[in-house]
Design a protein around this ligand. Structure first.
Ligand code: G6P
Length: 306
């Protein structure tokens, strides 16, 4: 049954892309290419983990909660068709794409690339929350040096709709005190904690809760991690380049200790080991998609040497 719903047949004969357990309540797909590996959840249409030959790049969150109706806090949740709280408080924060089961549309592989395409179409639940017909396609491409996600947002209805949202990437870091986000200097941001608008000259460093919407269409943001060596002695200096497409904002978020303590899916102190740098469409500047047209929102992530 699950085979038909999720279309696991699309993975037949592939060796680099496989379903971990066809009968699991929350099916996971593993993708490999060379020494790179990613895990994808059909619930949420979500990359849950990504590592390259050198290190873990996306925060896999070993304490993530898998529960229908709740978003999985790990990897890259898809926030769509709105970002943040809805004006109608009965509707879920960050939309419904991250709490729906997606289907496999197609998959392919060669020695240099593993590619998985997931699909989500409107259904009675989504129509009750958002009265529009749509088809989302998430194209996930893993190669030896990068992970690329392209969300194709197709309006299959007969009138235009607007959306906001985010590819809400959680990056694994050695320690929040050891990282800096570069390339957003001089970009105006809205601070979600106090509603004020500001801009900064220096790269972003973290010493308290941070929740900012940077208003930018610039492609590149660099996350540098000085890799303070901890007791495990397994951290390295690293830099991740995050290239965004189709966005008009980049959100930078870390909940810090108190807020993290109120979340049942972040283990004590684990808030120190991730930072979110999100490829976003600002809810104050939604994107309009005319009937029959397609919009794109994408991110490509790779290491850069420092
Ligand atoms: O807990 P969630 O609903 O997944 O949201 C997690 C966070 O997402 C974004 O980064 C928002 O800017 C934050 O305000 C929010 O707290």
């Amino acid at each position: 049954m699950a085979t038909e719903i999720f279309n696991f047949q699309a993975l037949q004969n592939l060796t680099q892309i496989r379903v971990l357990d066809q009968n699991a309540a929350f099916p996971l797909i593993e993708m490999q290419c060379g020494d790179s590996q990613a895990t994808v959840s059909l619930y949420g249409g979500q990359v849950l983990s990504y590592q390259n030959s050198r290190r873990i790049v996306l925060w896999p969150n070993r304490h993530a909660v898998f529960k229908t109706g709740k978003a999985i806090r790990a990897g890259i949740p898809i926030c769509w068709p709105w970002f943040g709280p809805h004006t109608d408080a009965t509707k879920p924060a960050h939309g419904f794409a991250r709490t729906q089961f997606w289907q496999i549309e197609s998959a392919s592989e060669n020695a240099h690339l593993s590619k998985l395409v997931l699909r989500l179409t409107e259904n009675t639940e989504t129509l009750a929350l958002w009265p529009h017909h749509f088809q989302l396609r998430l194209v996930i491409q893993l190669d030896e040096t990068s992970l690329k996600l392209m969300l194709q947002i197709h309006n299959t209805g007969d009138k235009a709709f607007e959306f906001s949202g985010a590819l809400h990437s959680y990056f694994q870091i050695s320690d929040i005190a050891a990282v800096a986000v570069h390339d957003l200097e001089q970009v105006s941001y809205r601070d979600q904690l106090n509603g004020k608008t500001d801009r900064a000259k220096a790269p972003i460093r973290f010493d308290s809760e941070t929740d900012r919407i940077y208003q930018t269409e610039k492609a590149r943001v660099t996350l540098r991690d000085n890799g303070q060596e901890d007791e495990r002695k397994d951290t390295l200096p690293a830099a991740t380049q995050i290239n965004s497409f189709g966005h008009n904002a980049v959100v930078v978020w870390n909940p810090w200790q108190n807020k993290a303590a109120s979340m049942n899916d972040i283990a004590p102190d684990h808030w120190r080991h991730f930072v979110c740098v999100e490829t976003a469409v600002d809810p104050q500047k939604p994107v309009m998609v005319p009937a029959g047209k397609t919009a794109l929102l994408g991110v490509e992530i790779h290491d850069v040497s420092i």
